[in-house]
Design a protein around this ligand. Structure first.
Ligand code: KIV
Length: 273
C-alpha cells in the first residue's frame, strides 16, 4: 500500500495519529454516545470517535455539559465501544471528576478505561490541571487536551463566544498547548479560537491539533454528530457545516407512520403473521 492511501482496516492508535500529522493526512473525529451510531460512524471510516460530554446537551437535554456524571459517561462509552472496531475511542472526563485533585482524576480515568475499555481520555484546561494530566499519563493512559472554548468553564466565561482573540489569552493558550505537549498529551482539541492562532499552534507542535471552529490550518476536525447531521435544529454557529437535515427526515417519517397507523394503512396484510 502506498503511503498516500488511507488504510480503512488498520486500527487507529494514538501513535498513528501522530504519524498522520507528520505525513500531512488530516484526522477526522466525530462524537458518538451509543452503539448503533458508533458502529455506523466507525464503518464509514472515522479516525477518532469522541464520547463527548456534549452527551449532556444532546442526549440528556441539559443546557450545559456540567451535570453529566462519570457513571453516565461510562455508560455511553461502554455502548460506543461495543460498536467500534477501527476508530480510536476517546472519552471526556466530566466536570468535577478531575479538577483540583489529581488522585481523583486518576481514579476517574482508571474507571473509564477499566469499565468501558476505551483507549484515551480528554480533559479541558492547561496549566491549572497539569498535575491531574501528569498523574493520568503516569498510569499509561493516553490524554487528549482541550483548550480555547472549554464548555465545562462556561460559568467562568459567561458566553460561548470565540476565545483567545486578545493577546494575553492567546499567549496563555500557546503556553498551555506547549505544556500539554511537553508533559505527554498525544493530541489537543482547540475549540472556537481564531484560525490564525490555531494554525500557529498546529505548526509549532509535533502532536496533532484537532479543531472545532478553529479553521483549516490544523491537523484534523471534530464536530458533534447531532449538529452535523442536522438532528439538533436550533444550533447553527458559523463553524458548523450540516451534512444532512435529519430533523426533517425524522419528523416526516414519524408523521407518515402516525398517519398510516390512524388510517389503518399500516400494517398491511404482508406485514402481519
Ligand atoms: O464534548 C464534546 O463533544 C467535545 C467536542 C465539542 C470537542 O468536547
Amino acid at each position: 500500500m502506498s503511503t498516500n492511501t488511507v488504510d480503512n482496516t488498520r486500527k487507529v492508535t494514538t501513535r498513528r495519529l501522530v504519524e498522520m500529522k507528520h505525513r500531512g493526512e488530516k484526522i477526522s473525529m466525530l462524537t458518538a454516545y451509543d452503539y448503533s451510531s458508533a458502529k455506523l460512524i466507525d464503518e464509514a471510516g472515522m479516525d477518532v470517535i469522541l464520547v463527548g460530554d456534549s452527551a449532556s446537551n444532546v442526549m440528556a437535554g441539559n443546557i450545559t455539559t456540567l451535570p453529566i456524571t462519570l457513571d453516565q459517561m461510562i455508560y455511553h462509552a461502554k455502548s460506543v465501544m461495543k460498536g467500534v472496531k477501527r476508530a480510536l475511542v476517546v472519552v471526556d472526563l466530566p466536570f468535577g471528576s478531575y479538577q483540583g485533585n489529581s488522585k481523583e482524576a486518576l481514579a476517574s480515568a482508571i474507571r473509564i478505561m477499566k469499565e468501558s475499555h476505551a483507549e484515551a481520555v480528554k480533559l479541558e484546561g492547561g496549566a491549572e490541571i497539569k498535575e491531574s494530566v501528569e498523574r493520568i499519563l503516569s498510569a499509561g493512559i493516553p490524554v487528549m487536551g482541550h483548550l480555547g472554548l472549554t464548555p465545562q468553564s462556561i460559568n467562568k466565561f459567561g458566553t460561548y463566544n470565540v476565545r483567545a482573540k486578545e493577546k494575553e489569552e492567546a499567549e496563555k493558550l500557546i503556553a498551555d498547548a506547549r505544556l500539554l505537549e511537553e508533559i505527554g498529551c498525544f493530541a489537543i482539541v482547540l475549540e472556537k479560537i481564531p484560525a490564525e492562532l490555531a494554525t500557529q499552534v498546529a505548526q509549532e507542535l509535533t502532536i496533532p491539533i484537532i479543531g472545532i471552529g478553529a479553521g483549516g490550518g490544523v491537523d484534523g476536525q471534530v464536530l458533534v454528530m447531532h449538529d452535523m447531521l442536522g438532528i439538533n435544529k436550533g444550533f447553527s454557529p458559523r463553524f458548523l457545516r450540516r451534512y444532512a437535515n435529519l430533523s426533517t427526515v425524522i419528523t416526516e417519517a414519524v408523521q407518515h407512520y402516525i398517519s398510516d397507523v390512524k388510517s389503518g394503512d399500516f400494517p398491511s396484510t404482508q406485514e402481519q403473521y
